[in-house]
Design a protein around this ligand. Structure first.
Ligand code: FMN
Length: 201
């Protein structure tokens, strides 16, 4: 079931300076999806992967609101998106709104890492989906205020991001300018993101 080798399309675009597990390089954010629906057996393992993320005091601040295509809930989620994201997410099987609980369960005090921990859970979800050959694509192009209102999210939760999940399609289903961008991206050099000791530019 799992893709255990670096895929051909990824090999073409991504060179790592040091060897890393293929699951890391193979995850990227395609936009082309078929519009087919996903069963709970196909979708829920992604939430299961998210569930096992680490968090401060094991508080598990993450919550995933989800909506299946062709439901009124999907329309609610879809209408939050900017036009540029609507163009390709119209073929998503599932839309997510990822939120985090701002406080610790144990004392209701602010939890400094609620977003950080939720990011870890999101990455688990994306890696599991990608390893299963699904499209999992994060989005910040949506109305955060409106999301809070429409989805009745309480004030002690933070809206973090949305994501589209679906079955992969060939890039021809996309508008030409998006089809052009449908390939794995590269990254900054390692030396640009690590700093030995004190901060320096
Ligand atoms: C939190 C987050 C928000 C993003 N927002 C958008 C978005 O609104 N629209 C979009 O097309 N892609 C969005 N992306 C995808 C990024 O552009 C993509 O992850 C980045 O270019 C790296 O490429 P890769 O995921 O293919 O490795 C988002 C990704 C993340 C993690």
């Amino acid at each position: 079931m799992y893709q255990n080798e670096i895929t051909k399309e990824v090999q073409e675009y991504r060179k790592s300076t040091y060897p890393v597990h293929p699951i890391i390089l193979n995850r990227w954010s395609p936009r082309a999806m078929t519009g087919e629906s996903l069963s709970d057996e196909e979708l829920f393992p992604l939430f299961e992967a998210a569930r096992w993320a680490p968090s401060s005091y094991n508080n598990q601040h993450w919550r995933f609101l989800y909506a299946h295509r062709n439901t009124s809930e999907f329309d609610l989620f879809f209408n939050l998106l900017v036009e540029a994201n609507k163009k390709w997410t119209k073929n998503a099987s599932v839309l997510l709104v990822i939120i985090s609980y701002n406080l610790f369960d144990r004392n209701q005090k602010p939890a400094p890492t609620h977003s950080f921990d939720t990011g870890a859970a999101w990455q688990n979800l994306a890696l599991e989906g990608s390893a299963r050959g699904l499209v999992v694509h994060g989005m910040q192009g949506f109305d955060y205020e409106q999301a809070k209102k429409v989805l009745e999210i309480p004030d002690d939760y933070t809206v973090e991001a949305m994501a589209a999940i679906g079955k992969k399609a060939s890039k021809e289903v996309l508008d030409p300018e998006l089809a052009e961008k449908e390939k794995p991206s590269s990254r900054k050099d390692l030396k640009e993101i690590i700093i030995k000791g004190k901060f320096k530019k």
